[in-house]
Design a protein around this ligand. Structure first.
Ligand SMILES: Cc1cc2nc3c(=O)[nH]c(=O)nc-3n(C[C@H](O)[C@H](O)[C@H](O)COP(=O)(O)OP(=O)(O)OC[C@H]3O[C@@H](n4cnc5c(N)ncnc54)[C@H](O)[C@@H]3O)c2cc1C
Length: 386
């Protein structure tokens, strides 16, 4: 504690990964001398780049990482040599406080993936509509249309997750306990799956653009590189899937809160066909039981990613049904209802990959989805009921 009454700490050691190495203030965990081992003994500190008299703080960026992507953000290795830092909150609660920041950051990575996928979809649609090969716009070819759908579906799922999580976050910040519990499970579910989806979506968008997609003058090459980091930082896919199953489901019962919140959204809708509500309810119940069974038995740990993915798909199917029905009932575009059924059929229902059976509803839905014209509610409800 200085003569001015301000408590200042001195930090020593090496930080191997440091994003925004050039930031004016960094927040980091450090262990006070003599504190307990493990996460319990960690304190949270704010480390300014410059001291109060304007001089440089005592840390050095010894190397900038030569990275695959996110190259516009400097990541470095730092050596702290008695750097001045200020404790943030109670030094004994550092890790808990940091986890609040990590959760916020995990959400931001879900949103980052949602926006990157949107860019991928826009790039792919523009390329597919503009490029002609063998006498036709490539958007007319059946194989390419399927590829576009594989880009569109995860993109729209991530958008629904974004709006739902943002709403839960707003309510949780105002002290709503149910919303906080909901956000607790949505955060790792969203981070896990949207960041995972971002990688194939970016690769597919590059491919739709053809050889040009590989050239740095266009954005797709960068989108492919930048997509990779989403599954790594703020916890890898495995770490987030384990968080979903072991803590959010196993300890907090968040899957029940999630299921109840979704049913409360779509069940009162007068625009959704009763039969489709039944399908959504049965899907949510099936996924809820599966996640619970995986959480209950350590032998099922290997299925944690499957459980986290199933929760994501069931959640987005319910949300998109509600969104499509609500927008459609207001005279707007009901296309999200069609996307909802595609999620159920392609992500959650048993499928024989070698079946040649045709699904006429799906062909019609795909034509509507790849067209920009709004889909009337009556058309969408007829198709999901077929
Ligand atoms: C560009 C970049 C910037 C970064 N910036 C920062 C930063 O500013 N601050 C910071 O603190 N960190 C930062 N990191 C570090 C990042 O958060 C970690 O690299 C990431 O969390 C993974 O941890 P790890 O590297 O120790 O991987 P490891 O823990 O070694 O993981 C290796 C593999 O093992 C798997 N694995 C580990 N445990 C389990 C388990 N229990 N079950 C199943 N699989 C498991 C992982 O999923 C992964 O596939 C940054 C990393 C990068 C690449």
């Amino acid at each position: 504690v200085g003569a001015d009454g301000v408590e200042r700490w001195k930090l020593y050691g090496q930080k191997w990964f440091c994003s925004h190495a050039d930031a004016d203030v960094a927040v980091m965990l450090a262990r006070p001398r003599g504190a307990a081992p493990g996460t319990q003994g960690l304190g949270l500190f704010a480390l300014p780049r410059r001291l109060e008299d304007g001089s440089r703080n005592s840390y050095r960026i010894v190397r900038l990482k030569d990275k695959l992507g996110t190259r516009s953000m400097a990541s470095g290795e730092i050596i702290l040599d008695g750097a001045i830092a200020y404790a943030v909150g109670d030094v004994g609660r550092g890790f808990k406080q940091m986890m609040e920041q990590v959760n916020l950051s995990r959400l931001s990575h879900g949103v980052r993936a949602a926006s990157m996928m949107r860019r991928c979809l826009n790039e792919a649609l523009a390329a597919a509509r503009g490029r002609r090969a063998f006498g036709h716009a490539i958007a007319e070819y059946p194989l390419l249309r399927r590829q576009l759908m594989k880009i569109m579906l995860p993109t729209e799922q991530a958008l629904s997750m974004y709006a739902f999580s943002a709403d839960a976050m707003g309510r949780a910040d105002k002290g709503d306990k149910d919303a906080a519990n909901l956000l607790r499970i949505l955060t790792p579910v969203y981070k896990f799956r949207a960041c995972r989806d971002n990688i194939p979506v970016a690769s597919q968008a590059l491919e739709v653009k053809g050889g040009l997609g590989y050239i740095e003058e266009w954005v797709t090459a960068r989108l492919v590189r930048d997509a990779q980091i989403g599954t790594l930082w703020e916890g890898t896919s495995n770490i987030n899937a384990l968080d979903v199953v072991q803590r959010a489901v196993g300890k907090s019962g968040g899957h029940k809160t999630l299921s109840a919140a979704l049913k409360a959204k779509y069940e009162p809708s007068g625009a959704l066909p009763g039969q489709y509500k039944g399908l959504l309810g049965a899907t949510l119940d099936r996924v809820e039981r599966f996640a619970e069974a995986v959480a209950a038995d350590p032998r099922h740990e290997k299925r944690s990613r499957l459980a986290a993915g199933a929760l994501y798909h069931a959640t987005t199917a319910a949300l998109m049904a509600w969104e499509g029905a609500t927008l459609g009932a207001e005279g707007g575009d009901a296309r999200r209802l069609l996307l909802s059924r595609l999620v159920i059929e392609h992500r959650l229902a048993p499928n024989d990959p070698l079946s040649l059976a045709e699904a006429p509803w799906e062909e019609e839905a795909m034509n509507l989805l790849l067209d920009d014209a709004p889909v009337p509610l009556a058309k969408a409800t007829a198709l999901v009921g077929r």
